[in-house]
Write a protein that binds this ligand. Structure first.
Ligand SMILES: [Zn+2]
Length: 297
């Protein structure tokens, strides 16, 4: 199953104690229903646990169950009849005239209810991609006024939401991993938050080891460039005046470098058998380059 599916399963297991939060969560679920009308509310979900949660809440709050039907893509839950009037009344949904859905500030007044409302909204209308692939979070609706109102609601709660139109849907989304983590944390998807943290740590580790490798490569390159320069100088001296005419220590250093062009200064110093220290050898090689620079090309 998808990451999103697992998150919804986790949210279904969050215990909702307060009756205010039960209303808020059910409100979130129903606002993001596929259809809200005078005649019926129709909710579609692919997740049986979400369907069961909705019915448990509907029973707790209104004493009714939605009729549940299994379809090829999941489950369709429908509520019809006289009970709709009291549902719409209680949830501040005005279905008379042109439907203009907006997030009720009365139902979402308390912070416990904000979290419950967001949880319900995500469970029916939401999708979050696996953080191993990319960071993307969205909640979609077919109602424009709801998308606008919900986007503002998220922003007021420090969730940097934006909206985009996709086919016949209005999508409220964000792509910042911190925002997704915050949403998951607020709504109670703790395991999903840890999954995000794991991925981030893994990515940081990879970056770190890339940086270390780059530094190592850079150092190797520097050693090689230096050695190429030194070998060039020594060859020039050998060609113009001959190495035997150098002082014995310089001649020794020159031959050592010519025989070991791939070695770093440290490695070369070790090959001296105590004759020169690292810095002593470095001075000899610098001296050779200086002599070469004074010779005519
Ligand atoms: Zn509450």
């Amino acid at each position: 199953m998808s990451f999103s599916f697992d998150v919804k399963c986790e949210l279904c297991a969050v215990e909702v104690k307060n009756s205010c939060c039960k209303v808020a969560m059910l409100y979130g679920m129903l606002l993001f229903a596929q259809h809200i009308g005078k005649d019926e509310i129709r909710v579609v979900t692919e997740n049986v646990l979400v369907a069961n949660s909705l019915n448990t809440l509907a029973y707790d709050v209104f004493g009714v169950y939605f009729a549940m039907e299994e379809t090829a893509n999941g489950y369709t839950l429908t509520l019809k009849g006289d009970v709709l009037d009291s549902v719409f009344d209680r949830l501040y949904i005005d279905v008379n005239g042109k439907l203009s859905l907006a997030v009720s500030s009365v139902i979402t007044e308390k912070s416990c209810c904000v979290n419950a409302f967001l949880r319900g909204a995500f469970m029916v209308g939401g999708y979050v991609s696996n953080p191993e692939n990319r960071y993307h979070f969205e909640i979609s609706t077919s109602y424009y006024t709801l998308a606008k109102s919900f986007c503002g609601f998220m922003r007021r709660h420090d969730l940097p939401a934006r909206t985009v139109v996709r086919k016949s849907s209005y999508v409220v989304y964000f792509k910042e991993s911190e925002a997704i983590e915050r949403f998951l944390y607020l709504t109670g998807a703790k395991t999903a938050v840890f999954a995000f943290m794991d991925v981030k740590i893994q990515k940081e580790m990879n970056n770190y080891s890339n940086r270390v490798n780059n530094t190592r490569m850079h150092n190797i390159e520097k050693t090689i460039n230096k050695s190429v320069e030194q070998v060039k100088s020594i060859n020039k001296i050998a060609e113009k005046i001959g190495l035997d005419f150098l002082e014995p220590d310089l001649a020794f250093a020159a031959r050592l470098r010519l025989e070991n062009p791939d070695k770093s200064l440290n490695e070369l110093a070790k090959l001296c058998g105590g004759k020169f220290s690292r810095s002593g050898l470095n001075r000899k090689l610098a001296r050779l380059s200086e002599i070469a620079s004074k010779l005519e090309d």
